[in-house]
Design a protein around this ligand. Structure first.
Ligand code: PLP
Length: 423
């Protein structure tokens, strides 16, 4: 099994090579050269989530240097529950927030970390991972790589621009994880990462690498829960579900489209967007145009130029086939607030602002099929938005409260990438 670049100007590589490289040399993203077909019969024998993950991912690692370690990697990465919560006979929520940092990015970050550690050990190489973050990504990456031998992590966040609970998740690690509060905005953090990668001496000396959402190692594990959810819905209802996915960089939804292509019993996939809607504009007009991002209550989806769009347009290569498969709706901040309250009053269930976009879109899709909304983060991470709507406190899950109690440690620096490498 080999992966090729969306731009078609780099040689095809194995999954492991794609994971180590991140971006393809021609600037494209790695996608399967040929999609495997996964027979459902085999998946039905899996008795746990890690076993299911192994069965789904094995074809993508066929012939790969990590093939024989894949079962162990899945056991290690997916060591938390992935429950489907049913509002009623037809409507479910897939809770993707029971990992260490209470958001779905734990799936990708933990799988990537487990793969990278093994690949580096084989090569006797060391790595420094740079992450600029405006919220969830930095925490998931820090948690996933914490205490991994041979890998250090530098997390950059804009000083005073992340929520108190987010900042705690970025700064509570120590050991091999260093956090930097940058005197500037998110764009300054991102520029410092880019400047570091432009410096060949730093790249060589520190073995610089990134763990952002375009890495194949973060995308592949996101195929698995689309199978997990759709198989469970088919068993319960006898029908294939519509999946409704709160989306920003569309990595999560791309994983589910890949799942559908390789055989998951999914009826349709609908993207829930906030006010950032370049994908919806593309669907409506046939023209894709990136835009500056707009700040919303669902801040992990504030993306004006989704990084995985290139994978979606590669999969559905003309506008007609794109609109056949991909539909999307945009949800305003006002609707997000109303929906958090509405779901609480109707089902006594609390959703985060991102999940609320999905719940709102569920009402717009007039389908006779059962539906699954992906719950991308635990509502306790966004307590300052959620609690005023529901009029009560959101209980903090145990994994989050453990992080909130750890001591916080970080350096505050000016926006100059040299300051990341002075000791
Ligand atoms: C990252 C994130 C999203 C968006 O996921 P993409 O893969 O970027 O589309 C949605 N919700 C939460 C809570 C996130 O952290």
């Amino acid at each position: 099994m080999l992966f090729m670049s969306t731009r078609g100007k780099s040689p095809a590589v194995t999954a492991s090579e794609a994971i180590l490289q991140g971006l393809a040399p021609d600037g494209g993203l790695y996608v399967p050269q040929l999609f495997p077909y996964i027979p459902l019969q085999r998946l039905k024998m899996a008795t746990s989530y890690p076993e299911l993950a192994y069965e789904v991912l094995a074809p993508f690692f066929a012939g790969d240097e990590l093939e024989s370690e894949l079962a162990e990697i899945c056991m290690e990465a997916f060591d938390f529950p992935v429950p489907l919560h049913w509002h009623n006979d037809q409507m479910a929520v897939l809770e993707l927030f029971w990992g260490p940092t209470a958001a779905f990015k734990d799936f990708g970050a933990r799988f990537l970390a487990a793969c990278m550690q093994r690949l580096l050990a084989k090569r006797d190489r060391k790595l420094t991972i740079l992450v600029a973050t405006s919220g969830d990504t930095g925490g998931a990456v820090a948690a996933a790589f914490h205490k991994r031998p041979g890998i250090s992590v530098k997390v950059l966040f804009p000083e005073g621009k992340v929520s108190a609970r987010q900042q705690q998740q970025l700064t509570c690690w120590s050991d091999n994880v260093e956090a930097y509060a940058v005197r500037g905005v998110f764009d300054d953090c991102q520029r410092m990462v880019k400047d570091s990668f432009m410096d060949p001496e730093l790249v060589r000396e520190y073995g610089l690498s990134s763990a952002n959402s375009i890495n194949l190692g973060r995308l592949l594990p996101q195929i698995v829960y689309a199978f997990h959810a759709s198989l469970e819905v088919v068993v319960k209802t006898g029908m294939e579900p519509d999946l409704i996915i709160p989306s920003g960089n569309v990595g999560n939804s791309c994983g589910s489209f890949w799942a559908k292509v390789v055989g998951a019993p999914i009826h349709s996939i609908v993207l829930a967007l906030n006010a950032n809607r370049p994908i919806l504009d593309y669907i409506e007009t046939g023209k894709y145009q990136k835009r500056p991002s707009v700040a919303t209550l669902a801040n992990a989806m504030d993306v004006g130029d989704p990084s995985n769009m290139e994978r979606l347009t590669h999969l559905f290569s003309d506008h007609a086939s794109f609109t056949d498969e991909v539909s999307a709706h945009s949800v305003s901040d006002e609707m997000i607030r109303t929906e958090i309250k509405n779901i609480w009053e109707t089902y006594q269930y609390t959703v985060c602002p991102h999940t609320a976009t999905g719940e709102y879109v569920r009402k717009l899709t007039q389908s006779i099929h059962p539906s699954v909304v992906y719950a991308t983060a635990h509502p306790a991470k966004f307590n300052t938005i959620v609690e005023p709507e529901i009029g009560s406190e959101v209980p903090i899950p145990v994994q989050l409260s453990e992080l909130l109690e750890k001591p916080s440690r970080y350096k505050t620096i000016d926006p100059d990438h040299h300051l990341l490498f002075t000791h």
